[in-house]
Structure formats: structure tokens, C-alpha cells
Design a binder for this molecule. Structure first.
Ligand code: S6P
Ligand code: ZN
Length: 184
């Protein structure tokens, strides 16, 4: 079997930057078109979030990990959020450690059972297998978190792209409100 050489990566807790040499994936407003319930404004090419991933092979003997940097803002009253996904290998678990900012982690089983947990610096969120997960930035600065996942977890975006999560997170008079998704 291949034996890897140990290595270290620096994580900037404010910006989410990884040094050296991450794989960077950027998602613009246009990439999220169709994800928000009210999309009156035409989605532009502005960045909504970026994922910086440490390079290791995506196999079940490795741990993949990445930072996500999710910008603040709203679309039609809904806070900026990640697409959200089930893992393609459904039973693969994941850990999130929030580094800066604040938000909500929305999770759902395929039967519609929902859990919502706070994200803030120092909080570790454990996402067991079978739970779809989406991060929502409810603050006014970027939400930055570090995620660790089994290398062969993969991504299944289609289910969420079709029907969304059972709940959405909207800006209320006294802060964020978790309300039923009218399109679910
Ligand atoms: C991967 C993990 C995160 C997300 C990232 C972006 O399993 O959950 O790294 O990929 O936060 O979210 P999404 O839903 O667009 O992949
Ligand atoms: Zn995941």
C-alpha cells in the first residue's frame, strides 16, 4: 500500500486561507440560482462562498478537509448559504469546526426530519452519516469553518437542488428565524 509523507498546513482562522497550495472551488450567486425561495434580483457573478481543500486522495483511508468561507448577506430575506448535500456514500460522517463568524447548520434526513445547530467560533458540529447538511451565514462578517470528512464521502447535490431542505433560514425582526420551506 502507498504510505504518505506527513505534512502540515497553516489555516488562517479569519480568512480561511490555507497555506500552501489548496484546491479552491468558488461558488457565485449565479451558481446558487434556484436555491433561494425568492430570487427577485438577477444573480450575478459575485462570490457567495469559496471552499479551500487540502490535497489528499479521495479514498476511504484518508481524511479530506477544507475551509469554507461563506460571505454575509441575504437573497429575498434568506441568508446566504451553501448548496447543501447528502454524501454520495450516504453513511459517511463529517465534523465542522467554526473558526470565525456565526451561522446555523441545517441538517435533514431523507424522510424530512430536521435538525438545526448553532455555528460559532470554537463549536464542533458532528454531522452523522445520512444527514444532508447546509451552512447558513446569519452574521454580518464571513462565516469560516473547517470541515473534516472521510475521503470517499463524495457529494449528492441533486436531491437538495430539486426540493431544498424542509426549513429555510430568514431574516426576522429579532434575528434569524428557521421557518418551513414553502417549496419542500
Ligand atoms: C464537504 C463539506 C464542505 C462543503 C462546503 C460547501 O463534505 O460538507 O466542505 O462541501 O461547505 O458546501 P456545498 O454544499 O456547496 O458542498
Ligand atoms: Zn459534506
Amino acid at each position: 500500500a502507498d504510505v504518505m509523507v506527513p505534512f502540515a498546513v497553516h489555516v488562517d482562522f479569519q480568512s480561511g486561507a490555507l497555506t500552501p497550495d489548496p484546491v479552491i472551488l468558488r461558488r457565485s450567486h449565479a451558481d446558487l440560482a434556484g436555491y433561494f425561495v425568492n430570487e427577485s434580483d438577477a444573480p450575478g457573478e459575485d462570490e457567495m462562498y469559496a471552499v479551500h481543500e487540502i490535497r489528499v486522495p479521495a479514498t476511504n483511508n484518508n481524511l479530506l478537509s477544507s475551509t469554507t468561507v461563506l460571505q454575509p448577506g441575504t437573497v429575498g430575506g434568506e441568508y446566504f448559504m451553501t448548496k447543501g448535500h447528502f454524501h454520495a456514500t450516504r453513511d459517511r460522517a463529517e465534523i465542522y469546526l467554526t473558526l470565525s463568524g456565526q451561522g446555523l447548520l441545517v441538517m435533514a434526513l431523507e424522510d424530512g426530519t430536521t435538525q438545526t445547530k448553532e455555528m460559532r467560533p470554537g463549536i464542533v458540529n458532528y454531522v452523522p452519516g445520512h444527514w444532508a447538511h447546509r451552512s447558513v451565514n446569519t452574521g454580518d462578517v464571513p462565516l469560516v469553518f473547517y470541515a473534516v470528512y472521510i475521503g470517499d464521502a463524495g457529494y449528492d447535490y441533486a436531491t437538495i437542488a430539486d426540493q431544498g431542505f424542509p426549513v429555510i433560514v430568514v431574516e426576522g425582526e429579532d434575528g434569524p428565524e428557521v421557518v418551513p420551506n414553502p417549496r419542500y
